[in-house]
Design a protein around this ligand. Structure first.
Ligand SMILES: Cc1cc2nc3c(=O)[nH]c(=O)nc-3n(C[C@H](O)[C@H](O)[C@H](O)COP(=O)(O)O)c2cc1C
Length: 312
C-alpha cells in the first residue's frame, strides 16, 4: 500500500500532519502518540525572537470547537534550531516549520535562518498576523500576500507552503496571489475569527464582557469543518499547486472527505487536544479504508469527488 504524497517538492510518507500550534514542536504528546508514524509535524509558529504571546485568558471552549488568542508565543528561531529540531531529526520525523513575523523582513530572516538546516522539510508561512507597516493582515490583502510570498520565495529554496486565512470574501483571490508569488503549495485554512461573551452578573453590577482578554480569537475544531471543506474545494479548482486541508478534522472519515475534494494531505489541530492519538488514528483509519476498498495508492483517492447531477 502506497501512502506517500508529494506536497510541492516535499515527499512525506503519509498525508497526515499535525496542525501548527496544537502539537508544540512535536514534543508535547511523546508519551501518548508516536510522532514517527506521522507524515510530518508542523511546529508552532516560529518568529525571529522568542515571544510571550497574548495575556490570559487566551482560550475557551465553544459549541463543537474552541477559541484561541495565543498569539506569537514561541521559543524563537535560534532556540528552535538548537533545542527543538534535533529530537525530531534524530527520530527521522519530517518537520514543517510554521513561520510567523510582523514584517516581510522578519518572515525573510526566519526563512533564511531555517534554510540549509538538516531536518527542516518545508516552511509553512502563517500569513494571518498583522502587517505592522500597512495595518493589514497579509492573509487578507492579496497584494501584501503576493509581495510577502515573492520575497520569501527569493530568500529560500525550501518547499514553501502558504497558509491561507478564511477571513476573506473570496479565498481563491488570495490563493492565486500566493501561487503567483511562487508558493509550492497552500494550506487551507487557519482559524475563523470569533468571540465569546461572559454575561457577568447584572445583580452585582458586573456587565457582560469578553471571555478572551484579546476580545476576539480564532475558532477551530469540528464547528469549522464544513467551511474548511468548502474552501479547500474552491481553492483546488482555482490553482494548480497541492492543497493541504485543515479545519475540524478529527477522524479518518473527515480526512478522506478532504482528500476526496482534492486535498493532497491534511493537518489535525484541535482534535489532538481531546484525543492525543487522533493523528495516529487517522493514519490507521485511512490505511484501513484503502484495504477495505482495494486502493493501492493514496494518490488515487485525491480529487475523486464529483457532483453527479448537472446544474439546473
Ligand atoms: C491553540 C492554537 C494555536 C495555534 N497556533 C497556530 C500558529 O502558531 N500558526 C498557525 O499557522 N496556525 C495556528 N493555529 C491554527 C491551526 O494550525 C489550524 O489551522 C486550526 O486550528 C484549524 O484546524 P483544527 O480545526 O483542526 O484545529 C493554532 C490553533 C490553535 C487551536
Amino acid at each position: 500500500m502506497k501512502m506517500a504524497v508529494n506536497i510541492g517538492g516535499a515527499t512525506i510518507k503519509n498525508p497526515v500532519m499535525t496542525a501548527s500550534g496544537t502539537y508544540g514542536y512535536g514534543d508535547v504528546y511523546t508519551e501518548l502518540c508516536d510522532v514517527t508514524r506521522l507524515g510530518a509535524v508542523v511546529t508552532k509558529g516560529v518568529t525571529l525572537e522568542p515571544a510571550q504571546g497574548n495575556p490570559p485568558p487566551r482560550g475557551c471552549e465553544t459549541a463543537s470547537g474552541m477559541l484561541n488568542a495565543i498569539g506569537l508565543q514561541n521559543v524563537g528561531v535560534a532556540a528552535f534550531i538548537a533545542e527543538k529540531l534535533p529530537p525530531l531529526r534524530e527520530r527521522g520525523v519530517a518537520c514543517v516549520v510554521n513561520v510567523q513575523g510582523s514584517s516581510i523582513t522578519e518572515f525573510v530572516a526566519v526563512s533564511q535562518k531555517l534554510t540549509g538546516i538538516d531536518g527542516v522539510t518545508a516552511l509553512e508561512l502563517n500569513v494571518s498576523c498583522p502587517n505592522k507597516t500597512g495595518g493589514l493582515s497579509f492573509g487578507t490583502d492579496p497584494k501584501a500576500l503576493n509581495t510577502l510570498v515573492t520575497a520569501v520565495r527569493k530568500a529560500t529554496p525550501l518547499p514553501l507552503m502558504t497558509k491561507l486565512s478564511p477571513n476573506v470574501t473570496d479565498i481563491t483571490v488570495c490563493a492565486r496571489a500566493a501561487v503567483d508569488g511562487g508558493t509550492d503549495s497552500l494550506s487551507v485554512m487557519n482559524t475563523v475569527i470569533g468571540m465569546a461573551v461572559n454575561l457577568g452578573d447584572p445583580s452585582r453590577g458586573i456587565r457582560p464582557r469578553p471571555v478572551l482578554r484579546n476580545v476576539t480569537g480564532g475558532l477551530s475544531g469540528p464547528a469549522i469543518k464544513p467551511v474548511a471543506l468548502r474552501m479547500v474545494w474552491q481553492v483546488v479548482q482555482a490553482v494548480d499547486v497541492p492543497v493541504i486541508g485543515i479545519g475540524g478534522i478529527a477522524s479518518a472519515t473527515d480526512a478522506l472527505e478532504f482528500l476526496a475534494v482534492g486535498a493532497s494531505a491534511v493537518q489535525i489541530g484541535t482534535a489532538s487536544f481531546y484525543n492525543p492519538r487522533a493523528c495516529e488514528e487517522v493514519v490507521d483509519g485511512i490505511a484501513a479504508y484503502m484495504t477495505e476498498h482495494t486502493v493501492a495508492d493514496i494518490n488515487d483517492l485525491i480529487g475523486t469527488f464529483e457532483i453527479p447531477w448537472t446544474a439546473t
